[in-house]
Write a protein that binds this ligand. Structure first.
Ligand code: 1HN
Length: 314
Protein backbone atom coordinates (compact mmCIF):
# COMPACT_ATOMS: atom_id res chain seq x y z
CA UNK A 1 0.00 0.00 0.00
CA UNK A 2 1.15 3.57 -0.66
CA UNK A 3 2.29 4.96 2.74
CA UNK A 4 0.51 8.28 2.30
CA UNK A 5 -2.58 6.93 0.63
CA UNK A 6 -5.84 8.74 1.27
CA UNK A 7 -9.40 8.70 -0.01
CA UNK A 8 -8.86 12.05 -1.74
CA UNK A 9 -5.91 10.57 -3.60
CA UNK A 10 -7.96 7.49 -4.47
CA UNK A 11 -10.87 9.63 -5.75
CA UNK A 12 -8.52 11.73 -7.91
CA UNK A 13 -6.89 8.65 -9.43
CA UNK A 14 -10.25 6.91 -9.87
CA UNK A 15 -11.50 10.02 -11.72
CA UNK A 16 -8.50 9.72 -14.06
CA UNK A 17 -9.83 6.25 -14.91
CA UNK A 18 -13.40 7.58 -15.37
CA UNK A 19 -14.50 5.85 -12.19
CA UNK A 20 -16.14 7.29 -9.05
CA UNK A 21 -16.87 5.92 -5.58
CA UNK A 22 -20.52 5.02 -5.02
CA UNK A 23 -20.33 5.33 -1.25
CA UNK A 24 -20.08 9.13 -1.28
CA UNK A 25 -23.25 9.49 -3.32
CA UNK A 26 -25.38 6.51 -2.39
CA UNK A 27 -28.44 8.66 -1.47
CA UNK A 28 -28.29 10.61 -4.70
CA UNK A 29 -28.06 7.45 -6.82
CA UNK A 30 -30.68 5.51 -4.85
CA UNK A 31 -32.88 8.15 -3.17
CA UNK A 32 -35.35 7.00 -0.52
CA UNK A 33 -38.28 8.21 -2.63
CA UNK A 34 -38.79 9.43 -6.22
CA UNK A 35 -37.16 12.78 -6.98
CA UNK A 36 -38.73 14.18 -10.15
CA UNK A 37 -36.86 17.02 -11.79
CA UNK A 38 -40.08 18.53 -13.16
CA UNK A 39 -41.93 21.09 -11.07
CA UNK A 40 -45.71 21.60 -10.91
CA UNK A 41 -46.74 24.19 -13.49
CA UNK A 42 -49.74 25.65 -15.40
CA UNK A 43 -49.65 26.78 -19.04
CA UNK A 44 -52.45 29.30 -19.62
CA UNK A 45 -54.48 29.07 -22.79
CA UNK A 46 -55.46 32.76 -22.59
CA UNK A 47 -51.75 33.65 -22.90
CA UNK A 48 -50.77 30.94 -25.40
CA UNK A 49 -53.73 31.19 -27.81
CA UNK A 50 -52.65 34.65 -29.16
CA UNK A 51 -49.08 33.33 -29.62
CA UNK A 52 -50.38 30.38 -31.60
CA UNK A 53 -52.43 32.76 -33.72
CA UNK A 54 -49.29 34.83 -34.44
CA UNK A 55 -47.37 31.65 -35.28
CA UNK A 56 -50.20 30.99 -37.76
CA UNK A 57 -49.44 34.32 -39.47
CA UNK A 58 -45.67 33.93 -39.38
CA UNK A 59 -45.08 30.32 -40.44
CA UNK A 60 -47.08 27.94 -42.63
CA UNK A 61 -47.82 24.37 -41.58
CA UNK A 62 -45.88 23.36 -44.68
CA UNK A 63 -42.74 25.19 -43.52
CA UNK A 64 -43.11 24.22 -39.89
CA UNK A 65 -44.01 20.56 -40.66
CA UNK A 66 -45.81 20.71 -37.28
CA UNK A 67 -46.78 24.16 -35.97
CA UNK A 68 -46.49 23.32 -32.29
CA UNK A 69 -45.76 25.43 -29.20
CA UNK A 70 -44.00 23.06 -26.84
CA UNK A 71 -45.08 23.33 -23.19
CA UNK A 72 -41.72 23.04 -21.47
CA UNK A 73 -41.36 22.48 -17.75
CA UNK A 74 -39.67 25.54 -16.15
CA UNK A 75 -37.16 23.21 -14.43
CA UNK A 76 -36.31 21.28 -17.61
CA UNK A 77 -35.66 21.75 -21.34
CA UNK A 78 -37.30 20.55 -24.57
CA UNK A 79 -38.87 17.99 -24.97
CA UNK A 80 -39.77 17.76 -21.27
CA UNK A 81 -43.18 18.81 -19.98
CA UNK A 82 -42.61 16.35 -17.16
CA UNK A 83 -39.66 14.02 -16.64
CA UNK A 84 -41.19 11.53 -19.10
CA UNK A 85 -44.01 13.29 -21.02
CA UNK A 86 -44.19 15.90 -23.76
CA UNK A 87 -47.12 18.28 -24.28
CA UNK A 88 -47.57 20.85 -27.04
CA UNK A 89 -50.34 22.94 -28.58
CA UNK A 90 -50.66 22.51 -32.34
CA UNK A 91 -52.45 24.92 -34.69
CA UNK A 92 -53.70 24.05 -38.16
CA UNK A 93 -55.50 26.58 -40.34
CA UNK A 94 -58.21 25.96 -42.94
CA UNK A 95 -56.75 24.53 -46.15
CA UNK A 96 -53.42 23.53 -44.62
CA UNK A 97 -51.79 20.11 -44.63
CA UNK A 98 -49.14 19.05 -42.10
CA UNK A 99 -47.23 16.58 -44.23
CA UNK A 100 -47.00 12.84 -43.67
CA UNK A 101 -44.26 11.44 -41.47
CA UNK A 102 -43.83 8.68 -38.93
CA UNK A 103 -41.80 8.16 -35.79
CA UNK A 104 -41.31 5.54 -33.14
CA UNK A 105 -42.64 7.94 -30.48
CA UNK A 106 -46.34 7.48 -29.68
CA UNK A 107 -48.68 10.48 -29.89
CA UNK A 108 -52.17 11.19 -28.70
CA UNK A 109 -54.13 14.35 -29.45
CA UNK A 110 -56.83 15.96 -27.32
CA UNK A 111 -58.90 18.34 -29.44
CA UNK A 112 -59.10 21.79 -27.83
CA UNK A 113 -60.97 23.91 -30.38
CA UNK A 114 -62.29 23.90 -33.93
CA UNK A 115 -64.08 21.42 -36.17
CA UNK A 116 -63.53 19.48 -39.38
CA UNK A 117 -59.80 18.95 -39.36
CA UNK A 118 -58.67 15.39 -39.78
CA UNK A 119 -55.65 13.36 -39.02
CA UNK A 120 -54.86 10.44 -41.29
CA UNK A 121 -53.14 7.60 -39.47
CA UNK A 122 -51.81 4.57 -41.29
CA UNK A 123 -54.37 4.97 -44.10
CA UNK A 124 -57.37 5.77 -41.87
CA UNK A 125 -58.79 9.29 -42.05
CA UNK A 126 -60.09 10.37 -38.63
CA UNK A 127 -62.19 13.53 -38.28
CA UNK A 128 -61.53 15.49 -35.09
CA UNK A 129 -64.15 17.00 -32.80
CA UNK A 130 -63.64 19.00 -29.61
CA UNK A 131 -62.77 16.75 -26.68
CA UNK A 132 -61.92 13.70 -28.79
CA UNK A 133 -58.78 11.71 -28.16
CA UNK A 134 -57.05 10.59 -31.38
CA UNK A 135 -54.18 8.10 -31.36
CA UNK A 136 -51.07 7.97 -33.54
CA UNK A 137 -49.52 4.58 -32.76
CA UNK A 138 -45.77 4.13 -33.05
CA UNK A 139 -44.36 4.07 -36.61
CA UNK A 140 -47.67 4.84 -38.40
CA UNK A 141 -47.50 7.44 -41.18
CA UNK A 142 -49.69 10.39 -40.24
CA UNK A 143 -50.61 13.75 -41.74
CA UNK A 144 -53.08 16.37 -40.60
CA UNK A 145 -55.35 18.42 -42.82
CA UNK A 146 -58.07 20.98 -42.35
CA UNK A 147 -61.22 21.16 -44.46
CA UNK A 148 -63.13 23.46 -42.06
CA UNK A 149 -63.51 27.21 -41.69
CA UNK A 150 -61.89 28.13 -38.37
CA UNK A 151 -58.47 27.54 -36.80
CA UNK A 152 -58.12 24.15 -35.15
CA UNK A 153 -56.05 23.62 -32.02
CA UNK A 154 -55.21 20.43 -30.20
CA UNK A 155 -52.96 19.26 -27.39
CA UNK A 156 -50.27 16.82 -28.53
CA UNK A 157 -49.19 14.28 -25.91
CA UNK A 158 -46.05 12.30 -26.74
CA UNK A 159 -43.64 9.99 -24.95
CA UNK A 160 -40.62 11.83 -26.42
CA UNK A 161 -38.65 12.19 -23.14
CA UNK A 162 -38.59 8.39 -22.87
CA UNK A 163 -36.31 8.46 -25.94
CA UNK A 164 -33.87 10.74 -24.14
CA UNK A 165 -33.14 7.65 -22.00
CA UNK A 166 -33.66 4.99 -24.67
CA UNK A 167 -32.15 6.40 -27.88
CA UNK A 168 -34.45 4.30 -30.05
CA UNK A 169 -36.57 6.94 -31.78
CA UNK A 170 -36.45 6.87 -35.58
CA UNK A 171 -38.40 9.26 -37.81
CA UNK A 172 -39.09 9.23 -41.52
CA UNK A 173 -40.79 11.47 -44.06
CA UNK A 174 -43.30 10.00 -46.49
CA UNK A 175 -42.57 10.72 -50.17
CA UNK A 176 -45.82 12.68 -50.67
CA UNK A 177 -47.52 15.38 -48.64
CA UNK A 178 -50.39 13.03 -47.72
CA UNK A 179 -50.38 9.32 -47.03
CA UNK A 180 -53.33 7.76 -48.94
CA UNK A 181 -56.27 7.37 -46.55
CA UNK A 182 -59.98 6.56 -46.34
CA UNK A 183 -62.51 7.16 -43.57
CA UNK A 184 -62.38 4.37 -40.98
CA UNK A 185 -65.13 2.62 -39.00
CA UNK A 186 -67.34 4.63 -36.60
CA UNK A 187 -65.83 2.76 -33.65
CA UNK A 188 -62.22 3.24 -34.68
CA UNK A 189 -59.49 2.15 -32.26
CA UNK A 190 -57.84 5.47 -33.18
CA UNK A 191 -60.66 7.77 -31.98
CA UNK A 192 -62.23 8.08 -28.52
CA UNK A 193 -65.10 10.60 -28.69
CA UNK A 194 -65.68 13.01 -25.82
CA UNK A 195 -69.42 12.20 -25.76
CA UNK A 196 -68.64 8.58 -24.75
CA UNK A 197 -66.28 9.65 -21.99
CA UNK A 198 -68.68 12.29 -20.69
CA UNK A 199 -71.47 9.68 -20.54
CA UNK A 200 -69.23 7.39 -18.47
CA UNK A 201 -68.39 10.23 -16.08
CA UNK A 202 -72.09 11.19 -15.75
CA UNK A 203 -73.04 7.58 -15.01
CA UNK A 204 -71.26 7.99 -11.67
CA UNK A 205 -73.60 10.28 -9.75
CA UNK A 206 -71.18 11.39 -7.00
CA UNK A 207 -69.55 14.85 -6.95
CA UNK A 208 -66.26 13.36 -8.22
CA UNK A 209 -65.78 10.75 -10.97
CA UNK A 210 -62.73 9.22 -12.66
CA UNK A 211 -62.71 7.04 -15.79
CA UNK A 212 -59.83 5.59 -17.76
CA UNK A 213 -59.76 5.37 -21.54
CA UNK A 214 -59.66 1.74 -22.68
CA UNK A 215 -58.08 0.80 -26.01
CA UNK A 216 -60.75 -0.69 -28.28
CA UNK A 217 -58.45 -3.44 -29.56
CA UNK A 218 -56.25 -4.34 -26.61
CA UNK A 219 -58.70 -3.63 -23.75
CA UNK A 220 -55.71 -2.02 -21.98
CA UNK A 221 -54.31 1.52 -21.82
CA UNK A 222 -54.25 3.67 -24.98
CA UNK A 223 -50.63 2.71 -25.71
CA UNK A 224 -47.67 0.84 -24.28
CA UNK A 225 -46.19 4.09 -22.97
CA UNK A 226 -49.04 6.54 -22.36
CA UNK A 227 -52.39 5.97 -20.65
CA UNK A 228 -55.23 8.48 -20.31
CA UNK A 229 -58.28 9.20 -18.18
CA UNK A 230 -60.83 11.94 -17.53
CA UNK A 231 -62.26 13.31 -14.31
CA UNK A 232 -65.47 15.14 -13.43
CA UNK A 233 -65.84 17.44 -10.42
CA UNK A 234 -69.09 19.14 -9.50
CA UNK A 235 -68.75 22.82 -8.52
CA UNK A 236 -67.43 22.94 -4.94
CA UNK A 237 -66.24 19.31 -5.05
CA UNK A 238 -62.71 18.04 -4.59
CA UNK A 239 -60.85 14.89 -5.56
CA UNK A 240 -59.22 12.54 -3.06
CA UNK A 241 -55.59 13.41 -2.32
CA UNK A 242 -53.44 11.02 -4.36
CA UNK A 243 -49.86 10.45 -5.25
CA UNK A 244 -48.46 8.11 -7.86
CA UNK A 245 -45.08 7.36 -9.39
CA UNK A 246 -46.51 8.34 -12.77
CA UNK A 247 -46.04 11.88 -14.05
CA UNK A 248 -49.30 13.42 -15.28
CA UNK A 249 -50.29 16.12 -17.78
CA UNK A 250 -53.77 17.57 -17.21
CA UNK A 251 -55.88 19.62 -19.60
CA UNK A 252 -58.99 21.52 -18.53
CA UNK A 253 -61.77 20.59 -20.98
CA UNK A 254 -64.29 22.69 -19.10
CA UNK A 255 -64.60 24.49 -15.76
CA UNK A 256 -62.42 26.34 -13.29
CA UNK A 257 -60.63 25.46 -10.09
CA UNK A 258 -57.26 24.69 -8.58
CA UNK A 259 -54.98 21.75 -7.88
CA UNK A 260 -52.69 21.61 -4.88
CA UNK A 261 -49.50 19.76 -5.87
CA UNK A 262 -47.17 19.37 -2.89
CA UNK A 263 -46.89 22.95 -1.60
CA UNK A 264 -47.85 24.58 -4.89
CA UNK A 265 -51.33 25.84 -5.75
CA UNK A 266 -52.07 25.66 -9.47
CA UNK A 267 -55.13 27.70 -10.46
CA UNK A 268 -56.67 26.78 -13.79
CA UNK A 269 -59.57 27.38 -16.12
CA UNK A 270 -60.89 26.03 -19.43
CA UNK A 271 -58.12 25.45 -21.98
CA UNK A 272 -55.25 25.45 -19.46
CA UNK A 273 -52.75 22.61 -19.24
CA UNK A 274 -50.87 21.70 -16.06
CA UNK A 275 -48.55 18.99 -14.83
CA UNK A 276 -48.15 16.87 -11.73
CA UNK A 277 -44.66 15.38 -11.26
CA UNK A 278 -44.06 11.87 -9.91
CA UNK A 279 -44.96 11.11 -6.29
CA UNK A 280 -46.14 14.61 -5.35
CA UNK A 281 -49.46 14.52 -3.46
CA UNK A 282 -52.18 16.29 -5.46
CA UNK A 283 -55.80 17.22 -5.03
CA UNK A 284 -58.20 19.11 -7.30
CA UNK A 285 -60.90 21.52 -6.14
CA UNK A 286 -63.48 22.78 -8.61
CA UNK A 287 -65.00 26.27 -8.42
CA UNK A 288 -67.63 25.22 -10.97
CA UNK A 289 -68.60 22.05 -12.85
CA UNK A 290 -65.35 20.77 -14.30
CA UNK A 291 -64.03 18.12 -16.67
CA UNK A 292 -60.32 17.32 -16.76
CA UNK A 293 -58.53 15.20 -19.35
CA UNK A 294 -55.23 13.62 -18.26
CA UNK A 295 -52.48 11.45 -19.67
CA UNK A 296 -49.64 9.75 -17.85
CA UNK A 297 -46.67 7.41 -18.21
CA UNK A 298 -48.27 4.65 -16.14
CA UNK A 299 -48.03 1.91 -18.83
CA UNK A 300 -44.22 2.26 -18.97
CA UNK A 301 -44.01 2.14 -15.20
CA UNK A 302 -46.28 -0.92 -15.08
CA UNK A 303 -44.05 -2.60 -17.67
CA UNK A 304 -40.97 -2.14 -15.51
CA UNK A 305 -42.77 -2.92 -12.24
CA UNK A 306 -42.41 0.64 -10.92
CA UNK A 307 -46.00 1.94 -10.71
CA UNK A 308 -47.17 2.75 -7.19
CA UNK A 309 -50.09 4.86 -6.07
CA UNK A 310 -51.63 5.97 -2.80
CA UNK A 311 -54.93 7.74 -2.16
CA UNK A 312 -56.45 9.20 0.96
CA UNK A 313 -60.02 10.49 1.10
CA UNK A 314 -59.73 14.13 2.13
C1 1HN B 1 -45.17 15.42 -34.10
O1 1HN B 1 -44.76 14.63 -35.10
C2 1HN B 1 -46.50 15.85 -34.02
O2 1HN B 1 -47.25 14.49 -35.81
C3 1HN B 1 -46.89 16.65 -32.99
O3 1HN B 1 -48.52 16.09 -35.16
C4 1HN B 1 -46.02 17.06 -32.02
C5 1HN B 1 -43.79 17.09 -31.12
C6 1HN B 1 -42.49 16.72 -31.18
C7 1HN B 1 -42.04 15.91 -32.19
C8 1HN B 1 -42.91 15.46 -33.16
C9 1HN B 1 -47.49 15.44 -35.07
C10 1HN B 1 -44.68 16.66 -32.08
C11 1HN B 1 -44.25 15.83 -33.12
Amino acid sequence: MIATDSLDRLFAEAADQDAQPLWTMMEAVVPPHPQPKAVPHVWRYAALRPLLERAGNLVTAKDAERRVLQLINPALASPHTTDTLFAGLQLILPGEVARAHRHVAFALRFIVEGEAAYTAVGGEKVTMHRGDVILTPSWQFHDHGHEGERPMVWLDGLDLPVYQFFPANFAQQYGDERFPSEPGPAESHLRYPWADMQARLEADDGPYAFAEYVHRQTGGPLSRTIGAAAERLAGGASSPTRRETAGVVYHVYKGRGATTVGNTLLEWEKGDTFCVPSWMPYRHEAAKNTYLFRYDDRPVLEAIGAYRAEASAS
